[in-house]
Design a protein around this ligand. Structure first.
Ligand code: NAD
Length: 352
């Protein structure tokens, strides 16, 4: 492991108006000293733009005096923009979180995935090739495990059977990163995030969408008749993992042929404790009442419908986090109760 000091360095974060990106930058503001943090996001309207603008305003407020913060509204799929940023700032560590997320949207809007996740990521790789970086960290996804049956999911498992275009683009990112690590000796680490949730999260995800619907008095649909298991991971745990990983890159080594061995790694970041969707909804309901988002006498049964599995979805996600613990001494641990409480309290303050 090559240790990296992220103080007094230039760090480049893509997708900084996004859920995970904005939380990461806020955390970097607290942790790093004397750094320049360059961020990009195209602030697209895949979901409510006002939420992205809110996160950006929070970042403006949180910026400490000893950190330089540059936000660029731009598209990672635009090569000239990315090249211009690397030319001007020459970042030491890059964290690529910008992507078209979501499994179901990839059925109706495949173009967005090819643009952001493939062309965008390729532009980042090419820039890292021409302006060498100490570490490229990028978001992959638990969805690469597709319909694998063996649990918990390990990064040693074969992941060649994606069941959505989204998953296929994320697996492609890992393959592209491997080739660039090998060819150009770029230290890269891919992170397979498992169902991330928390305050100011993504409205397209179940916990947030359920809440919006229940507030409006609509009926929520629980897929696979509630028999889905998800390794729900609180956003602070994801951010803790990313910050640790930014500071430890796979080491550069020479192979027997005199050429570099790829300084390449992939880790799971998940809670290592899958929850049944019905239990999850139950805790969410209790926390929404506690935060006064919903009244005590809310008739949940009248607003719940159990429906079949959706195309592109998988029945179970469950992260094996032993490699993360071994190499970075960390494993997510926030309970669903604490995490959903934080979400419900934020929701109450933001919308009501
Ligand atoms: N949230 C999860 O549960 C989860 C799980 C697995 C993987 N991930 C991955 O983690 C990363 C962050 O996810 P998130 O939940 O914060 O999603 P998000 O949609 O909130 O954040 C992504 C951000 O990237 C921006 N973006 C998208 N395409 C862009 C482009 N071409 N150029 C510039 N900006 C662009 C969006 O405007 C958005 O603000 C993504 O790569 C996602 O695929 C998330």
């Amino acid at each position: 492991m090559q240790k990296i000091d992220i103080n007094n360095k230039t760090l480049f974060v893509t997708g900084s108006a996004g859920f995970i990106g904005s939380n990461l930058v806020k955390r970097l503001f607290k942790d790093v000293k004397g750094a320049t943090i360059v961020c990009i996001d195209n602030v697209n309207d895949y979901y409510d733009v006002s939420l992205k603008e809110y996160r950006l305003r929070e970042l403006d407020k949180a910026k400490p005096a000893d950190v330089e913060y540059v936000f660029i509204k731009g598209d990672i799929a635009d090569k000239a923009t990315i090249d211009g940023i690397f030319e001007q700032y020459k970042p030491a560590v890059v964290v690529n979180l910008a992507a078209q997320a979501g499994v179901r949207y990839s059925i109706t809007n495949p173009d967005a995935y090819i643009q952001s996740n493939l062309i965008g990521f390729y532009n980042i790789l090419e820039a890292c090739r021409h302006y060498p970086v100490e570490h490229l960290v990028y978001a992959s996804s638990s969805s690469v495990y597709g319909s694998n049956k063996k649990v918990p999911y390990s990064t040693d498992d074969k992941v060649d059977n994606p069941v959505s275009l989204y998953a296929a683009t994320k697996k492609s990112n890992e393959l592209m990163a491997h080739a660039y690590s090998k060819l150009y000796n770029i230290p890269s680490t891919g992170l397979r995030f498992f169902t991330v949730y928390g305050p100011a999260g993504r409205p397209d995800m179940a916990y947030f969408g359920f809440t919006n619907k229940l507030v409006k008095g609509d009926t929520i649909q629980i897929f696979n008749y509630g028999n889905c298991m998800r390794d729900f991971t609180f956003v602070d745990d994801i951010v803790e993992g990313v910050v640790r990983i930014m500071q430890g890159a796979p080491e550069k080594k020479q192979g027997e042929d005199g050429l570099p061995l790829p300084p390449y790694a992939v880790y799971n970041i998940g809670n290592n404790s899958p929850e049944n969707l019905l239990n999850f909804v139950d805790i969410l309901q209790q926390e929404l009442i506690r935060a006064k988002v919903l009244p005590e006498d809310y008739d949940f049964d009248a607003h719940k419908q159990l429906v079949p599995m959706q195309p592109g979805d998988v029945p179970t996600t469950y992260a094996d986090t032993s490699a993360l613990e071994r190499d970075y001494g960390f494993k997510p641990s926030t309970s669903l109760r604490d995490g959903l409480r934080a979400f419900a309290e934020w929701y109450a303050g933001f919308y009501q």
